[in-house]
Ligand binder design. Structure first.
Ligand code: URP
Ligand code: ZN
Ligand code: ZN
Ligand code: ZN
Length: 460
């Protein structure tokens, strides 16, 4: 099967030009002006931006968490991702403390195998680093193709590891060319503040926010960067939200170490005033919480200055009924927010369209950098000869309204209900196949492939 995409404006992280793209099978075989080729199908991309398929390196599908499961499974989550122009996601396997990494991976493979529509990979969350876990790291990198290891500095008792485990894991991961991802907040301090608020009878969602002040994130981000520098292991801070944390990383990385920073779309465009509305605020209970307007400005600046490399989602949806588990106690509200379908269009509308970032920066932070950091480049994350034909055709002018009534995520509310966006994903190709066209999905579960990732050098 061959496809010719004609007359499009191609945007990569580096370039912006008019050309045709010829796709044979799953990959791009030629790019040029007025290509003279015979194709089975021709797509006219006049008036469209032609960008690489989006990569969201931070999603939680069907994840057991806080006494329930996130409500999108691999089928609904990756379908919604495709509708929004995200063709590859990286999900998190969670080790159960006391058990092996392999047993967790087998469980996650059982849920995901043959159930995804989009391509996917896994980070391995190490929640119990010990002498047995140490022996599994090499196998994960070299056999399973899982080259990034997630750690939590919070969620004590279930996910958190202490600093001695962190340093030991860093030394092991470094040996095999891997990378450590981190949820960098000071878990002990947060647990203290949660207990204090509860003892004072302060139980509304607002106190979720007030239990995780900026300093808890800034302190842990700096501590993580110091440990990464000491061990020489490349690091990646997930869902960074605020000025204090970014300044801690900026300061640490004066040492020429590699600590990449990811933020998520919600931290760029939503703020903590949403918690000031009784239980409705539970929709935005996530960790870290939403911050202040000044933090949004810091994050946009970080993108432009290159200190923030990736915009992900941390997609971890829960139905309203699940959120109600915490109606009398904010600490029981499942933490997480749905955005896998909205990220690319929100970032375009709020970022490019409002002049906060350029088109090239948009592609860099939504598609290319994640592929580079996580060992999938140039197979994924760009439009180039030999790359997978993962391509999004976006109408930069079409206006549309975000709503739970029309979205494809398995969650009964939208965090962005009623927002009018400019810029709409019209057609999506994944490995040379049209998977979305004019609001219709053309593939079923099983089309998505697991991507074994390459070793990463901590440089992009
Ligand atoms: O609130 C969040 N972020 N839920 C998902 C788990 C995590 O910490 O990333
Ligand atoms: Zn294995
Ligand atoms: Zn987290
Ligand atoms: Zn997360």
């Amino acid at each position: 099967m061959s496809i010719l995409i004609k007359n499009g404006r191609i945007i990569t992280a580096a370039d912006d030009y008019q050309a045709d793209i010829f796709i044979e099978g799953e990959t791009i075989s030629a790019i040029g002006k007025n290509l003279n080729v015979q194709a089975d199908e021709i797509i006219d991309a006049s008036g469209r931006l032609v960008i690489p398929g989006g990569i969201d390196p931070h999603v939680h599908l069907e994840m057991p968490f806080m006494g329930t499961y996130s409500s999108d499974n691999y089928e609904t989550g990756t379908r919604a991702a495709l509708f929004g122009g995200t063709t590859t996601v990286i999900d998190f396997v969670l080790q159960t403390q006391g058990k092996s990494l392999q047993s967790a991976l087998d469980e996650w493979k059982g849920r995901s195998n043959n159930n995804t529509l989009g391509d996917y990979s896994f980070h391995m969350a190490v929640t119990d680093f010990n002498e047995n876990t140490r022996k599994e790291i090499q196998h994960m990198v070299e056999v399973e193709g899982i080259t990034s290891f997630k750690t939590f500095m919070a969620y004590k008792g279930a996910l958190m590891i202490n600093d001695s485990q962190m340093v030991g894991l860093m030394e092991e991961v470094k040996k095999y060319g891997g990378l450590i991802n981190v949820h960098a907040t000071n878990g002990d301090m947060i647990d203290y503040l949660i207990a204090k608020h509860k003892a004072e009878g302060k139980l509304e969602p607002l106190y979720h926010y007030l239990s995780q002040p900026e300093v808890t994130e800034a302190e842990a981000s700096g501590r993580f960067a110091d440990m990464a520098n000491y061990t020489g292991c490349p690091g990646y801070i997930v869902h960074l939200t605020c000025e204090g944390a970014l300044n801690a990383v900026r300061n640490a990385t004066k040492r020429n170490q590699n600590v990449f920073v990811e933020t998520c779309i919600q931290y760029l465009i939503l703020d903590a005033s949403l918690y000031e509305q009784n239980f409705e605020g539970a929709k935005w209970v996530m960790s870290p919480p939403l911050r202040e307007k000044k933090d949004q400005e810091t994050l946009w600046a970080g993108l432009n200055q290159g200190s923030v490399k990736v915009v992900a989602t941390d997609h971890c949806p829960f139905m309203w009924e699940q959120k109600l588990m915490g109606k009398d106690d904010f600490s029981k509200i499942p933490n997480g927010h749905p955005a896998i379908e909205n990220r690319m269009e929100l970032l375009f509308s709020e970022g490019v369209n409002k002049g906060k970032i350029t088109l090239n920066k948009y592609v860099e932070v939504a598609c290319t950098n994640a592929a580079k950091i996580f060992g999938m480049f140039p197979k994924k994350g760009t439009i180039a000869i030999g790359s997978d034909a993962d391509i999004v055709l976006l109408d930069p002018n079409e206006k549309h309204i975000v709503s739970a009534k029309t979205h494809h995520m398995n969650v009964d509310y939208s965090s962005y209900e009623g927002w009018e966006l400019t810029g709409k994903v019209k057609t999506v190709l994944l490995r040379g196949k049209v998977v979305i066209d004019n609001n219709e999905c053309k593939v079923s579960k099983g089309y998505g492939q697991f991507i074994k990732r390459k070793k990463v050098q901590g440089k992009i």
